[in-house]
Design a protein around this ligand. Structure first.
Ligand SMILES: [Zn+2]
Length: 119
């Protein structure tokens, strides 16, 4: 189910202490604001998430080399929407990349390196 929440951050006193990540590595705890409507914790990474168009372009670039059918590409696009790849509130770039690789590999036989060279 897609989260249609507009995200309202809690006040500064109510932050939760959570691990902070940089380039996918944990680097200590930091107070994170969270959404009072849906509970999602805000991503504080300095690496801003990319929009879905960036990932769609990667799929388009891979399509011929890995003989992807239009139906497979459509399923990937639907999954990106379903798993909220573009939810900028909660997702950092590293999480986005890992999720994207999982989605692509669910529908097509594409090795990690082939996808990662676009990041
Ligand atoms: Zn929310």
């Amino acid at each position: 189910m897609r989260n249609e929440c507009e995200h309202v951050s809690c006040g500064s006193k109510e932050k939760v202490w959570m691990p902070h990540y940089y380039q996918g590595r944990e680097c200590g705890l930091k107070p994170h604001p969270y959404c009072t409507e849906c509970g999602l914790v805000k991503n504080l990474s300095s690496e801003k998430p990319r929009n879905t168009g960036f990932y769609i372009n990667i799929i388009t670039s891979l399509k011929d080399d890995f003989k992807m059918a239009q139906a497979q590409i459509r399923l990937m696009a639907l999954d990106m929407d379903k798993y909220e790849l573009e939810d900028r509130y909660g997702m950092d770039r590293h999480q986005q990349e890992e999720l994207f690789i999982n989605i692509v590999q669910k529908y097509a036989n594409v090795p990690d390196w082939a996808i990662r060279r676009f990041f």
